[in-house]
Design a protein around this ligand. Structure first.
Ligand code: SF4
Length: 518
């Protein structure tokens, strides 16, 4: 028999975070300290803009620190999905490792550029010179329309001035943005940072003279630009709904190609399907385009949305009625043919949570809670009001703790949520579905959305018997500190446990005393 090895336990470190400016300072360090450093390094204006665009809701959640992936992933993903666009990261190696790993996990199939730094190149300004050299070396107009450079936390806190990069090199546009975790709360909102920077650039080009037409040519009908990444089947579905009004679906923003940005701006109205694109909306409004919130989900949602889009695009009321008649009958048919039966809690960080919530309620679900990491905006206000009128608790800037508390409180038959919520629900023997992978990755709008959602939700709720069997079979095996792979039957060490608790309590008291003294 092997002797159990004791893993040494060190007292929790009470040391202060490293001074801003060095590598290794990140989302685990104090956001306030990072913000202070960034403000002192000339980033006051950009941080103030982010604070206004992506407001935190004090007391409602800790999303001034990422509880999910690094926010910069949103910008990185938008850049990586565009044709003829190179993306370069400037940040700590550990952040870049995580971001490139995640981007390849999500099928980037594209290299991510990286300009490394150390404390010296950061404080002497050499990092900026290195970035400029990298941009010049990459700017080949035969291959690229644009290069995106993203400052992560440390370079932003140190004031690396990407705004001083050339705006264009040999016809290749250079877009430099700061996307610090201490300024942009979620990866959803980071998509907006890059999308808006590109729209602003493209708007300037369009105002200055003729620009390239879309690959497939300009639409003959007035177009509606769709704001927000959505399932590929949704835009054609929306196009069908709009056809009786003489409108077409235009570009989806974030776009897949630079020239699509001009087409996006060249629209009759913008549908802010995802409600967190505050800076992008500013660009559309500057171009004189009306913006409509919510989306065509469920019967009531579709009825109201078609009316709002028609009004924004100046469509006559008889045509709006024709569009409603063409869609709503079929939608009612699908929704009455199959119903969701069960209590549900829902949470996510994609920004489309309220839309999914509306559809769930209309499909018969007993929905008690919708938590979104995104903020309340004018474009989700109607959805929030609608859900609240149905007795659903809507939590913007929801924290993981609030999402978990909702599951504990309502004991749903299905928890739809983020990875840790799903994990906790499964542990509690509650069927659960990942919002991002299983709900976001399917149609949501119109008839296709209703049919598809009911199927997946009912299928998941029907899994309860399997959960019960598993729970009964495994019991408490592998739970708590007995989890993992053991060479022998795990034994308790009560003395060791008491020692560790004492050490931790002492360290906590010491930290508290230091805080009060400081
Ligand atoms: S860049 Fe992202 S991973 Fe790195 S410290 Fe900032 S929030 Fe954390």
């Amino acid at each position: 028999m092997t002797t159990p090895r004791v893993i040494p336990v060190h007292p929790a470190p009470g040391a202060a975070a490293p001074a801003a400016g060095g590598d290794g300072l990140g989302c685990h360090a104090g956001a306030a300290q990072m913000r202070e450093a960034a403000a002192g390094a000339g980033k006051t204006e950009v941080l103030a803009r982010y604070a206004a665009d992506y407001p935190l809701q004090p007391g409602t959640g800790p999303h001034d620190q990422p509880q999910s992936m690094c926010p910069a992933f949103g910008s990185l993903r938008v850049g990586l999905r565009m044709r003829r666009t190179a993306t370069i990261l400037s940040g700590s190696a550990c952040c870049v490792y995580g971001l490139t790993f995640t981007s390849h996990f999500y099928g980037a199939r594209r290299s991510v550029g990286y300009v490394p730094f150390n404390s010296e190149t950061l404080v002497t300004g050499q990092l900026f010179e290195d970035i400029r050299d990298a941009v010049h070396a990459q700017a080949n107009p035969k291959e690229l329309d644009a290069i995106v450079v993203i400052n992560l936390c440390v370079p932003t806190a140190s004031g690396v001035p990407l705004q001083l990069l050339p705006k264009e090199i040999d016809g290749v546009r250079i877009i430099g943005i700061d996307v610090p975790g201490f300024g942009v709360p979620t990866h959803a909102e980071a998509k907006d940072v890059l999308a808006a920077a590109m729209l602003r650039y493209a708007r300037g080009e369009a105002e200055a003279g003729p620009v390239a037409a879309p690959r497939q040519g300009r639409s003959q009908l007035p177009a509606i630009t769709l704001l927000g990444e959505m399932f590929p089947a949704d835009p054609p579905g929306i196009a069908q709904m709009l056809a009786p009004m003489g409108l077409s679906v235009g570009t989806v923003v974030p776009t897949r190609e630079w020239r699509e940005l001009y087409a996006a701006l060249d629209c009759a109205a913008v549908a802010a399907i995802h409600p967190f694109y505050t800076a992008s909306v500013r660009e559309f409004e500057a171009a004189g385009r009306p913006v409509v919130g919510s989306a065509p989900v469920g019967v009531e949602g579709t009825h109201d949305w078609l009316g709002a889009i028609g009004a924004a695009a100046g469509v006559a009321s008889d045509k709006i009625d024709a569009a409603r008649n063409a869609t709503l009958g079929a939608l009612r048919g699908v929704m009455s043919a199959q119903k969701i039966q069960g209590r549900i809690t829902l949470s996510g960080y994609e920004g489309s949570e309220l839309l999914v919530g509306r559809l769930l309620v209309e499909c018969g679900a007993d929905l008690r809670y919708v938590g979104s990491a995104c903020p309340a905006t004018p474009w989700n206000a109607a959805d929030a009001d609608w859900l609240r009128s149905k007795g659903v608790h809507v939590q913007f800037r929801a924290s993981l703790e609030q999402d978990l508390a909702a599951v504990a409180e309502w004991k749903p038959q299905l928890a739809v949520g983020t990875t840790p919520v799903v994990q906790a629900a499964k542990q509690a023997c509650i069927p659960s579905l990942y919002f991002t992978n299983l709900i976001s990755a399917r149609p949501l709008m119109g008839v296709a959305g209703a049919g598809s959602l009911v199927q997946v939700i009912n299928g998941a709720i029907a899994n309860q018997a399997r959960f019960d069997r598993m729970h009964e079979f495994f019991g408490s095996v592998g739970a708590g500190d007995r989890a993992g792979v053991w060479e022998d039957v795990p034994r308790d060490f009560p003395d060791f446990r008491a020692d560790v608790r004492r050490i931790n309590e002492k360290a906590a008291k010491r930290r508290k005393a230091e805080e009060m003294g400081g």
